[in-house]
Write a protein that binds this ligand. Structure first.
Ligand code: CIR
Length: 259
């Protein structure tokens, strides 16, 4: 299996005006639209600066959460799988990402259901893929996805996402091929056996959604103790603003598909 972060390409989608109405679990206030745009632009610029070819798709006004391209497909250099997002309001995003991926990646597989799986629940490791069960990814969806991954030659394990954590990767991310950053509630995840698990410092649980791109880890800019922890391990960091996307339950991995 290839490196889980030696990416060359990313596919993003610009936030529509409607993005301020994106789903949020706690019913909190809307984000600021211009703040969202600024965070998205900083993210895209960072991916480009790290050497990725990044395409940014047109906003989709009918789908407030469509800027979170990660959730509707799973991409590899050698193909892609269209997913079945668990939030009903997001189901229609798949047709749009299908069009975008059809000209970019082959083979293009597609989940048929009836189960559901969100990309935010899928953590790619060096030797396998972890699929987290969550409020968005059910057992039937995880099993269908695991089967389809098998046809592409990828082994997968199914894990539990702790209650109250939206997606599996809301609570964890890859520091390097052998090391996971995770919130304390995920530290004992049996599917992490064999990996080193570093827990987020107290009060910095939202920092767990890091995104490793080649030699660099993207991390939210509000988490100094996490920055110190990563820096002490010799990891190159790019702190990025995530305050506005956090209003709609999102983090750094959500805003791109990568391969
Ligand atoms: C949602 O609830 O679907 C969006 N508001 C946030 C999606 C975040 N995506 C992710 O963690 N991969």
């Amino acid at each position: 299996m290839t490196s889980p972060y030696a990416f060359t390409h990313a596919l993003c989608r610009a936030p529509a005006r409607s993005a301020v109405k994106g789903i949020r679990a706690d019913g909190g206030p809307d984000p600021d639209f211009y703040g969202l745009v600024a965070e998205h632009e900083a993210y895209v610029a960072t991916l480009r600066d790290l050497g990725l070819a990044v395409d940014v798709l047109e906003p989709l006004g009918d789908f407030p959460d469509a800027l979170f391209t990660e959730d509707v497909a799973l991409t590899f250099a050698g193909g892609a799988i269209l997913l079945r997002p668990g939030a009903p309001s997001r189901a229609g995003e798949v047709a749009h990402i299908r069009d975008a991926l059809a000209s970019r990646l082959a083979p293009l597989l597609e989940m048929t259901g009836p189960g559901h799986a969100d990309g935010g629940d899928i953590l790619r490791l060096a030797d396998r893929i972890i699929i987290g069960l969550s409020a968005r990814t059910d057992r039937a969806g995880a099993e269908e996805l695991a089967y389809k991954l098998g046809t592409l030659g990828y082994r997968s394990d199914i894990a539990e996402t702790p209650p109250g954590v939206l997606h599996f990767k809301t609570g964890c991310g890859l520091i390097d091929e052998g090391t996971i950053l995770a919130v304390p509630a995920l530290a004992g995840c049996p599917q992490f056996d064999g990996l080193e698990v570093v827990t987020t410092p107290p009060g910095e649980e939202p920092a767990a959604n890091i995104l490793r791109i080649r030699d660099t880890v993207l991390v939210g800019d509000r988490w100094p103790a996490t920055h110190a922890l990563l820096a002490a391990r010799g990891i190159a960091l790019r702190p990025l603003p995530t305050d506005q996307i956090a209003h709609i339950d999102a983090g750094l991995s959500c805003m791109s598909l990568r391969w």
